[in-house]
Ligand binder design. Sequence first.
Ligand SMILES: Cc1ncc(COP(=O)(O)O)c(C=O)c1O
Length: 373
Amino acid sequence: MTGFSSRVEQVSISGIREVFEAAGEDAINLGLGQPDFPTPEHASRAAVEAIESHETDPYTSNKGTRELREAIVDTYDREYGIGIDPGDVIATAGGSEALHLVLEAHVDVGEEVLFPDPGFVSYDALTRIAGGTPKPVPLREDLTLDPATVEEAITDDTAAFVVNSPANPTGAVQSEDDMREFARIADEHDVLCVSDEVYERIVFEGEHRSPLEFASTDNVVVVSACSKTYSMTGWRLGWVTGSNRRIERMLRVHQYVQACASAPAQYAAEAALSGPQDAVDEMVEAFERRRDVVLDGLEDAGLDVPTPQGAFYAMPEVPEGWCDEVIDRGVIVVPGDAFGEHGEGYARISYATGMDELKEALEIMADATRAVR
Ligand SMILES: Cc1ncc(COP(=O)(O)O)c(C=O)c1O
């Protein structure tokens, strides 16, 4: 009888979904990874127009339309002064597919992939699906990833390490010095650095830097997406960029599992990236105001919380039983151990929700903290 592959048997459904299922219908949801803003009007309109004129009927080229890839490389040039050839970009079904392509193309059975713990849930699962061995790496006290910890964890079997800044679930932003170190490690140890930059534009203090800027070999690949920056999670449009030889290997996977990213989403993404950016600025300002309110509220409740400098998450240290108590009182938060063993004793709070709900939730969290202390 046909069984299931051992790779897929090692992967379980994300712990985040269990939390949603346990919560009541009118719970305040601080568990979401989706900005609570609409996709910019000009992006949606571009997709509608492309659909109505039948431009989206056929497949696009496997890598995505030339115009979208030019809009992506223009963005790197405009935002960071990084020059990329449009031929070295693949448009994907969100950052998720991009991560999948990177690991499928670079990880052999039994090879190790290092990633932050707590970290985004896909790194572990996609490593297993690629036949690799997940190697979670603990974080510093401020919840950033220490390049020295990564360097110490590298063995002869290491295929790749993942850097994620700004980070899910911590909101931590890596410094320029760290990014230079990650690039050096990738160069010197000849291992691939996978830089997951899907929150790249949501930074409150300092600026986003990429290891791609600092590497002297082609050992850095960058994954990003329109999902968070333009509130387009449902459109499923991301990309991966790297050297041509790496892109050509990833294209072999993309060509057979996806053929091309959804054409309407490609038109929307091109307009989002090349049109006015005010919606992004407004969203980031709103997230920063909320971040401040969340930090104050959690600290007033007596919780320690490293100051998140980007994305839309905070990760306080919480007493035992805190998450259950908060969820029972009608606020959805995600227990830190859903993001790895070292997430235990923390909770992820997403502030991608309106200010009034956020304030109500903070009062409930303060009551819950008193109840479990
Ligand atoms: C760190 C990180 N990387 C990648 C993704 C995947 O993004 P997408 O929705 O574009 O597939 C997410 C989504 O939550 C994320 O948090």
